[in-house]
Design a protein around this ligand. Sequence first.
Ligand SMILES: [Zn+2]
Length: 106
Amino acid sequence: MKNKKYNKYLPKINSAETTNDHHDIESDIVGNSPCPCCGFMTIPNSGDAIAYICPVCFWEIDLFIQSSDEASDQNHGLTLIEARKNYHQYGAVLPRLKETCRPPKK
Ligand SMILES: [Zn+2]
């Protein structure tokens, strides 16, 4: 078992008390690399961002998987292929995460 690291990139989400007016999910992080799942430029640090969660599709960057058909522990055992399929179908890697996602920017 690898320890779950504290995720400094993960936005704190409290949907009961926040609205989009007050809650800026991107904070000050600027993506400069494409997300392996949705393909939007959401990943900071040239893609080398451990435990970073893409704000658009909610794929969690997993640097341990070697290929897109390898199950990712970080992503509920989803493979990248399954996650992409879900993203296209539901707008998020898992349907229940949809409401936490933000739409992609240009
Ligand atoms: Zn993504």
